[in-house]
Design a binder for this molecule. Structure first.
Ligand code: NAD
Length: 520
């Protein structure tokens, strides 16, 4: 099957419709502003999750190709670093304009390779675009600090780029997460090696094409492919100074510890188990609608999906109302009119999710709504699971201890607000949480007491806009969350502070006594 692919000559040919994949093309590396067919001997087949037809083959790039990419970035760095901030800003303006122009094309590639609905894929692009748009206004944020610390003596502290940096991305946001790195890494003067997920690199390839069109010089943005072998290369190559990783705990904890041990900066956003506490005094209709969207949208494959409900007191009786809303969601191919959620990423993922549902059943939980076995008529071969709700869950059950990452919502019951807070805080993950209440004081208690990165108060998926930062907590972020993505911490991650103290004085007054002690 793999041999059916033929090499593409430019990003233009990357498919964005089900029809185009009747003639699959190989995914190429993007090095030195050129799309280059890989000489790989190992290829990763990428299938459309709605049909399981082959879309493309993704190369496990050879070591030589990876070395060429790093050399290209190293070569580009001195001139890019010296390029004026205003010139960089113009390229970023152009880049954002091109993303808007190619918005539908990017979204279609995401729907084809990742499976999410076209409307949701447009949101994926937009949330990344907003980071790039914010980067256009970075000039004022990049200024340093200066103070006359003594007569004629000045200390200035300012940011310098790191050099060559790398980003390793997950499958669930094929445009947004590459765009957490491309704009900020480059506007701060670094050159980037981007490794998209081998499961859906199409959007990153289109972004590479747009980088070139926007005027990024050769080697400033390179895209290379592969799995763990490419990641190990990135960790070990001494020219790469920093790594941005988003993905699972399994990969991220490894990358963080091995990368940090080599003295690299690593920012790593990891897995999640996001809880929503539903309180009896909340607006019931708002809460149930918000939860249904946040649990099942994108087939539950968002790191901020609300996957776990904590029903406080009588709200446990609201679950049938939630099941009605979940049942009304249309599960279909992402390009189909009215589809609310698409397939999950792969047959293996479907199998893993179904086995977690089965484990809940075996451990004594109740399957209130069972989405197993569903198939839309037009797409009988896709990786389908319809919304599933599991109730009467206990914290020791596997469906609670593991990240499910599918359209499965689990519900636990507690009697009090304190019990809800204790439960959420006892969970090892701390990405996001939500609380639904009309009480300001209750909301304030959740705000103060919960150990999570992002809290939504009557807001189901509180992903911070790019003037803020994505702030995980506990096991959802490596290194205790010291290196957050985008916002002010994002700028810090991509820059090295330098502090210079200078003495400029008239020549005849410039006499310093020989002194061996610290001045007092
Ligand atoms: P993943 O960890 O399988 O893959 C992410 C990247 O790591 C890919 O580029 C992949 O090639 C690489 N990789 C995978 N296994 C590896 C290994 N053993 N060694 C080295 N590299 C490896 O993650 P995924 O399945 O693509 O994404 C889903 C996960 O990402 C979920 O856990 C989700 O919660 C998490 N996520 C977190 C955030 C966040 O901001 N906290 C955002 C999006 C996704």
């Amino acid at each position: 099957q793999a041999a059916t692919s033929t090499a593409a000559t430019s990003a233009q040919e990357y498919p964005t419709t089900h029809e185009q994949i009747s003639r699959p093309v190989d995914t190429q590396n993007f090095i030195d502003n050129e799309f280059i067919p890989s000489k790989a001997t190992t290829w990763i087949d990428l299938h459309d999750p709605a049909t399981n037809n082959l879309v493309t083959r993704v190369p496990q790039s050879t070591t030589e190709e990876l070395q060429v990419a790093v050399k290209s970035a190293e070569k580009a760095f001195p001139a890019w670093r010296a390029t004026s901030i205003m010139a960089k800003q113009q390229i970023m303006f152009k880049f954002t304009g091109l993303i808007r122009e190619h918005w539908d094309r990017l979204a279609a590639s995401i729907t084809l390779e990742q499976g999410k609905t076209f409307a949701d894929a447009k949101g994926d692009v937009l949330r990344g675009l907003q980071v790039a748009e914010t980067a256009c206004g970075i000039t004022t944020q990049l200024t340093g600090e200066v103070l006359e610390v003594a007569k004629d003596m000045e200390t200035r502290s300012y940011r310098e780029p790191l050099g060559v940096v790398a980003a390793i991305c997950p499958f669930n946001f094929p445009a947004m997460i590459p765009l957490w790195s491309i704009p900020l890494a480059t506007i701060t003067g670094n050159c980037l090696i981007l490794k998209p997920s081998e499961r859906d690199p199409g959007a990153a390839m289109i972004l590479a094409e747009l980088c070139k069109k926007a005027g990024f010089p050769d080697g400033v943005v390179n895209v290379v492919h592969g799995g763990a072998k490419t990641v190990d290369f990135i960790i070990d190559d001494p020219a790469i100074k920093a790594i941005s990783f988003v993905g699972s705990n399994r990969a991220g904890e490894y990358i963080f510890s091995r990368g940090s041990a080599q003295g690299k900066r690593v920012q790593a956003n990891l897995g999640a188990k996001n809880h929503a506490a539903v309180l009896p005094d909340c607006n019931k209709n708002h809460a149930l609608n918000a939860i249904a969207g946040a649990a099942f949208g994108a087939a539950g494959q968002r790191c901020m999906a609300l996957s776990t409900l904590v029903m406080v007191g009588e709200t446990k009786d609201w679950l049938p109302g939630l099941a009605e809303r979940a049942k009304a969601l249309k599960v279909d191919g992402g390009f189909e009119e009215g589809a609310d959620l698409g397939p999950v990423i792969s047959p293996q993922s479907k199998q893993r999710i179904e086995s977690l549902i089965a484990s809940a059943e075996e451990e004594g939980a109740t399957i209130l709504l069972d989405g197993r076995g569903y198939k839309p008529e037009k797409y009988p071969n896709g990786n389908w699971i319809a919304p599933t709700i599991i109730t009467n869950v206990q914290p020791h059950m596997k469906c609670y201890t593991e990240e499910i990452f599918g359209p499965v919502l689990i519900a636990l019951n507690v009697d009090t607000i304190s019990a809800a807070i204790d439960l959420i805080n006892s969970n090892p993950y701390g990405n996001g949480a939500a609380v639904f209440t009309r009480s300001g004081s209750t909301a304030s208690k959740f705000q103060k007491d919960l150990n999570v990165g992002q809290l939504g108060i009557n807001v189901p998926i509180p992903v911070p806009l790019p003037m803020f930062s994505f702030t995980g907590n506990k096991k959802s972020v490596a290194g205790g969350g010291a290196n957050n993505f985008y916002g002010k911490p994002g700028l810090n991650f991509y820059t090295q502070w330098k502090t210079v103290t200078s003495l400029w004085r008239e020549e005849d007054a410039l006499t310093v006594e020989k002194e061996a002690v610290m001045p007092t």
